[in-house]
Design a protein around this ligand. Structure first.
Ligand code: HMG
Ligand code: MG
Length: 299
């Protein structure tokens, strides 16, 4: 059956903005995060402490994070790729981090400049130090369903990385469909295999990109399986319309429309959220790709 409540893990300020062509000033990012919180989102991924040359859109993490760190009642996880990233995040008082692994060698190389096993070896002491300080740790696994270089990804390969992150001490995992190729049956196969391999559903979140228009169908399948954490980005931010491998996340508004229609609580005020995405679209100088944002803002 379906859950009574879903925890929306909002990634627009990080996954969204990291992929937008236009770089947004820190003040606007902070205002975006404040507006997301005012719309009722309680988990808002704020930024990444990665190398500024790799992700110039988030090079202002030191400036931004202190501007939002005191938002009451809001968890503000940040991405951390290695020891340097952890040190930067802890220095600013972050109490939630996310490490990000890949189910494939090709993306580990492209995203972290390491082999898959090298990247896991980098994460191990990072996760240990975080847990020693009671910092909450999410472990992302990218390319769980398909990879732009390798094609379809064997399920056991995903399970291996999930188990490694669980064994390191990650509190939760997020299953990333980075290029948006998954379909609902595939999602259920992966969730079933993970359960068989001892990875419980209650530590799993789903992270769908909407490249092929499957993100909501995939979410529904995951909810029926028992997943209650869903990643999405306000307005469907992110992605370049020309690169198949970099399409935007599932839009939070589309997700909320479906969940509320199903009678599932989210705590989100859809009107305020839509207004926030319309406001951000003006700063990015492009309309939101979210169908729900378009429908609600043209009334
Ligand atoms: P590297 O070049 O191999 O780094 O990059 P290195 O360890 O060889 O160090 C080189 C230099 O970088 C050194 O400086 C380090 O100090 C510095 P130097 O001594 O030469 O002056 N450095 C750093 N500086 C600032 N912050 C740091 C840091 N680390 C090293 N954290 C590295 C390796 C991991 C740093 C690089 O590959 C990187 O930053 N990658 C980040 C990529 C990224 O952010 N990708 C997007 C997030 S993942 C995602 O979006 C997927 C997700 O949404 C789920 C899904 O959809 O699948 C989560
Ligand atoms: Mg993503």
């Amino acid at each position: 059956g379906l859950p009574a409540r879903v925890r929306i893990y909002e990634v627009g300020a990080r996954d969204g903005l990291q992929n937008e062509k236009r770089t947004v000033p820190a003040e606007i990012k902070a205002e975006f995060i404040r507006r997301l919180a005012a719309a009722g989102l309680t988990t808002i991924e704020a930024t990444s402490f990665v190398h500024p040359k790799w992700v110039p859109q988030l090079a202002d993490a030191e400036q931004l994070f202190p501007m939002v760190v005191d938002l009451p009642g809001v968890a503000l996880p940040v991405l951390v790729p290695n020891q340097r990233g952890l040190d930067r995040a802890l220095a600013l008082g972050a109490d939630r981090i996310a490490v990000f692994a890949s189910a494939t060698e090709s993306f580990a190389k492209a995203n972290l400049n390491r082999t898959l096993d090298e990247s896991l070896a980098v994460f191990e002491p990072v996760v240990r130090q975080a847990k020693d300080r009671d910092v909450h740790v999410r472990g992302y696994v990218s390319m769980c369903f398909g990879d732009p270089w390798e094609g379809p990804v064997p399920l056991h390969q995903v399970a291996r990385v999930c188990k490694a992150l669980r064994d390191m001490g990650c509190d939760e995992l997020s299953l990333g469909d980075t290029i948006g190729v998954a379909t609902p049956g595939h999602v259920l196969e992966l969730l079933n295999l993970l359960n068989e391999e001892g990875v419980p559903t209650n530590m799993l979140g789903v992270h769908f990109h909407d490249t092929y228009g499957q993100a909501l169908a995939n979410t529904y399948a995951a909810l029926e399986h028992g997943v209650t954490t869903v990643d999405s980005s306000a307005g469907g931010l992110g992605g370049c319309p020309y690169a198949k491998s970099a399409t935007g996340n599932l839009a939070t508004e589309d997700l909320v429309w479906m969940l509320h229609g199903l009678g599932i609580q989210t705590g989100v005020d859809l009107g305020r959220l839509t207004a926030t995405s319309v406001w951000m679209a003006a700063h990015l100088d492009r309309p939101s790709p979210s169908r729900t944002v378009r429908a609600l803002s043209h009334k």
